[in-house]
Design a protein around this ligand. Structure first.
Ligand code: KDG
Ligand code: MG
Length: 409
């Protein structure tokens, strides 16, 4: 069975998504996610100009061979644009293989290692009161693990904090960042953040008790010594993880963080290959792998990095914000269900408009996700609905310090 054609679908039902649809000469179709938030058109062009023309006539079953062909054949290696494009092809071919076999993808990866995937939701608040309401709302929706982000006195606008107070049952999406041709600008003050965050966790632990798994995302804002300080200050509150405490490029900086704190660390949502994890995993500098199938070259390398991580007792915590499409989310749910070293799965619920474009077999019940048992990935694209939403430029914010210096967002 050969690939007959492939097409790139751009749609924007409340945010932008880049999807690849691959069709075989037997009429089987597969979907892949290539969404790269803020750089969608770069991936769409990479796919349509440099990848789609190479696919017709290739054996649709030779997934590893096609992956290596696209990766090594480009000569230029790695990078988010290339790896998101390769991811889309990889996912689409796994989707096709599952449909041909009549099996959900997780069965092809070795079958389920558990009944469902523990998911964490995003609670946030501009005050302790609204944070508390947000946590309660998430618990009522079934979540059994909660990411906690709050406004910080002295910082005007902050990632991960919903502007509006959340009433029970209301879904929120702190992204997309304002649509427009330029990113908005936000501010940052490390000292204010380091002072405030431990007081928030003290309050949350007092109110919600010791058992609820709590997570926090530092979003690449800290230097190693600052991250070590935060990790130490958070130890009394027993976090499930502290995420992206430093910028990902400085891998050896994590040694310093590790020397000072036992707060578990999760890193890597911006990584795009297993090589980015080489030092972090082999030196046991992290506890959770944050990669997303979409930005990491697809199902094939995600499975490989998790097998490498398993030897070091490092577990998964795949990146699952709404800028990963339902197709990309499904891909990592199948991997998470199959691998032994699953840890937790991030879950930001997609909007109703997105769910009308991408029909999913995935379920969320009592705090656990399951990819469903439809053959392949279990996601179908409603192309007519997708065509109703055209691409709109949208960017993540940029951050400046008080003196105007650009900081990590
Ligand atoms: O596109 C950027 C988002 O994916 C990112 O800000 C979300 O940090 C994030 C997370 O942990 O979900
Ligand atoms: Mg994050």
């Amino acid at each position: 069975m050969n690939i007959a054609s492939a097409e790139v679908v751009l749609t924007s039902p409340s945010r932008n998504f880049v999807t690849l649809k691959v069709t075989t000469d037997e009429g089987v179709t597969g979907l892949g996610d290539a969404t790269l938030n803020g750089r969608e058109l770069a991936v769409a062009t990479y796919l349509s100009e440099h990848v789609v023309p190479l696919l017709p006539g290739r054996d649709a079953h030779r997934i590893e061979d096609t992956w290596q062909y696209l990766y090594r054949g480009a000569y230029w290696r790695r990078g988010p644009v290339t790896m998101a494009a390769i991811a889309a092809v990889d996912m689409a071919l796994w989707d096709i293989k599952g449909k041909v076999a009549g099996l959900p993808l997780y069965q092809l990866l070795g079958g389920a290692s558990r009944n469902g995937l523990l998911a964490y939701g995003h609670a946030s608040g501009t005050s302790l009161q609204s944070l508390s309401e947000s946590i309660h709302a998430h618990l009522e929706r079934g979540y059994r693990a909660i990411r906690v982000q709050t406004a910080v006195p002295g910082i005007n606008a902050l990632y991960g904090v919903a502007d509006q107070p959340q009433s029970s049952g209301e879904r929120y999406d702190y992204e997309p960042a304002g649509r427009g041709v330029r990113p908005v600008e936000e501010d940052w003050d490390t000292a204010a953040y380091l002072r405030h965050v431990p007081t928030v966790f003290e309050h949350v632990r007092q109110e919600f008790g010791p058992e609820l798994p709590l997570l926090h995302d530092a979003h690449h804002r800290l230097r190693p010594i600052e991250a070590a300080t935060l990790g130490k200050r958070l130890e009394p509150y027993d976090l499930f993880w502290l995420e992206d405490c430093t910028p990902a490029e400085n891998q050896q900086g994590l040694r310093l963080v590790r020397q000072h704190t036992t707060t578990p660390l999760a890193i890597g949502e911006v990584f795009n290959t297993g090589w980015d994890y080489q030092q972090l995993i082999s030196e046991q500098l992290i506890d959770y792998v944050r990669a997303a199938a979409t930005h990491f070259g697809g199902v094939t390398p995600l499975r490989k990095v998790m097998d490498f991580a398993a030897a070091f007792q490092i577990r998964s915590g795949f990146h699952g914000p709404t800028d990963v499409s339902p197709v990309g989310l499904a891909a990592q749910l199948h991997v998470g269900l199959a691998i032994h070293n699953f840890g937790i799965q991030e879950y930001m619920e997609h909007s109703a408009a997105t769910n009308n474009v991408f029909h999913q077999s995935m379920t969320f019940k009592d705090g656990y996700l399951h990819p469903g048992d439809n053959p392949g990935l279990g996601v179908e694209l409603d192309e007519e609905a997708a065509a109703g939403f055209s691409y709109q430029p949208a960017y993540l914010p940029v951050t400046r310090l008080r003196d105007g210096t650009i900081h990590d967002w």
